[in-house]
Write a new protein. Structure first.
Length: 255
């Protein structure tokens, strides 16, 4: 990005736009591009059998604006070098500072291009947030005000889950202890007990970290100070960076 904005955690340009390189894979008929801060829970093979379309995406059901914008956490793409050039042209001039710092720049660009033409995938089961297990009102995700929330059912039917519990860090960064106590699902007000929401929520983070250690041979990044990220002393993406130094698992016997 010629006039890009520095990521204050990594010291590099915002990385969310690198996903547009999926459009360069023109030797494939269809490509599924996923965000790095997701856990795939079930195969997505059926998405390769969708009707022909340049783009298919779910909607960001958690946003306040209506209609909900498309979310770039999952994109089913027909690779096209002309489209790639279009996005490159958009990026040459940098971007809105607020959007880049919020890591929503890629989402805004995709909506500008495909808002009215994309094939819309159902957010249930293709766009579940970890933050949903912390919410009180699940109407937006369920899509039916009459349906009763069942955390186990929702988890079992979801195809993927996106880690979104700001201001808690992304899963490759350890939790600040105070932050965990404050932000975990409250189980109806019980701080000491447990419930399906809390078990599932913690399992998702633990599973991500264990796979990062066992498969990628990378340990988790040490936790930032909770008061500094909660009070807004650091930029939102301080807890989202992906390139900060993390020791390899071989270098340490602990996680």
């Amino acid at each position: 990005m010629a006039n890009g904005f520095a990521d204050q955690w990594t010291g590099t340009w915002d990385k969310s736009v690198t996903k547009f390189m999926a459009f360069s894979l023109a030797y494939y008929d269809r490509v599924i591009a996923l965000d790095s801060d997701i856990t795939l829970l079930q195969p997505l093979d059926e998405l390769f059998l969708l009707p022909q379309t340049p783009m298919a995406m779910p909607r960001a059901y958690w946003t306040d604006s209506k209609p909900w914008p498309l979310t770039s956490m999952l994109m089913v793409i027909k690779p096209d070098l002309t489209e790639l050039q279009h996005f490159k042209d958009e990026l040459v001039g940098g971007g809105n500072n607020m959007l880049v710092n919020a890591h929503r720049f890629d989402m805004e660009i995709v909506n500008e291009r495909f808002e009215y033409s994309a094939l819309v995938l159902p957010h249930r089961p293709y766009a579940l947030l970890t933050g949903e297990f912390r919410r009180k009102d699940h109407t937006a995700y369920l899509g039916n005000p009459q349906e009763k929330w069942d955390a186990e059912k929702v988890f079992k039917e979801a195809k993927l889950v996106h880690f979104s519990d700001w201001p808690l860090p992304k899963p490759w960064i350890m939790w600040p202890t105070e932050g965990l106590q404050e932000m975990q699902p409250d189980c109806g007000g019980s701080l000491q007990g447990s419930c399906a929401e809390r078990r599932i929520w913690k399992h998702l983070y633990d599973d991500f970290r264990h796979r990062r250690r066992d498969i990628c041979k990378l340990l988790s990044v040490p936790a930032p100070e909770w008061h500094s990220i909660k009070s807004g002393e650091h930029a939102h993406n301080m807890t989202e960076g992906t390139e900060h130094a993390a020791p390899h698992a071989e270098e340490s016997g602990s996680s």
